[in-house]
Design a protein around this ligand. Structure first.
Ligand code: ADP
Ligand code: ADP
Length: 224
């Protein structure tokens, strides 16, 4: 399983060069994308998620060009955007069923089974019938991960996922992610160095739209 990013560039209409010739190879496991605010992380994440197009370059997942075949990528993608909006008046159970339906999991018993097992996995089963508006930040994040895991994704993208979590919630969230990351490609975008050094087996640092360093975290910290 591999995500390959080749010579990706993106300039916004206002002239900001958000990505400049970015190339990365990302294998199975947890990949940390580290960079300050404005470095280009969200632009890269949204481009991988096929929510926006680059001006130049290609992205291949398992040798399939995702701009040419966005529908193939979306089938295997779980995405937790930076600002994941939940509908405050629906319950976790209702919303997850609805999202499962939208993701094309149309078989009712399969859908119910998957929603139940995911809510248990993220430890929200007991509060499944409570409204999301009453959830804490950590609970909302765990809900966000549950929806990203629907449909058995092979690639998961999480963008600045720990903002607003207390240390305990953060630990729980990371335990969950590393469990998932054993089997598929997980990309974690963050500006927090410790998140990457404790969790990731591969990493890159980007700044001003360029890849500054790329390798394993020990290798990189020895060069800093
Ligand atoms: P981040 O925390 O990733 O740096 P930003 O604050 O840069 O996020 O961006 C938040 C949202 O606003 C994003 O959807 C981004 O595309 C948009 N955005 C950021 N900068 C600009 C800009 N200069 N003009 C228009 N939209 C922008
Ligand atoms: P990060 O996620 O690392 O904070 P972003 O990808 O959000 O970085 O932003 C990279 C640069 O592009 C920033 O200078 C930001 O203001 C700018 N930017 C992001 N989105 C937009 C947008 N939609 N329009 C114009 N500029 C944007």
């Amino acid at each position: 399983m591999q995500l390959e990013i080749k010579n990706l560039s993106k300039t916004y209409p206002n002239g900001v060069q958000a990505l400049q010739n970015v190339s990365l190879k990302i294998d199975k496991g947890m990949f940390g994308l580290l960079g300050q605010n404005g470095a280009g992380k969200s632009t890269l994440m949204r481009t991988i998620a096929t929510l926006q197009n680059p001006d130049q370059g290609h992205i291949c997942f398992n040798d399939i060009d995702i701009q040419e075949h966005p529908e193939e990528l979306r089938k295997v993608l779980g995405y937790l955007p930076q600002e994941f909006g939940v509908y405050p008046s629906s319950t976790a159970y209702e919303l997850l069923l609805h999202i499962a339906d939208m993701k094309g999991i149309t078989n009712v018993s399969q859908r119910n089974q998957q929603v139940e097992s995911l809510l248990k996995k993220v430890n929200l089963w007991d509060v499944r019938n409570k409204k999301l508006g009453g959830y804490s930040g950590g609970m909302k994040q765990r809900f966000g991960i549950a929806q990203a895991l629907l449909g058995d994704p092979k690639l998961i993208i999480v963008d600045e996922p720990t903002a607003g979590l207390d240390p305990m919630e953060r630990n729980r969230f990371y335990n969950l992610l590393s469990e998932i990351g054993e089997h598929i490609v997980v990309i974690l975008s963050t500006h927090i160095v410790e998140d990457v050094s404790t969790l990731c087996n591969q990493m890159a640092i980007i700044g001003k739209g360029k890849v500054l360093l790329h390798g394993n975290p020990e290798e990189i910290s020895s060069r800093l």
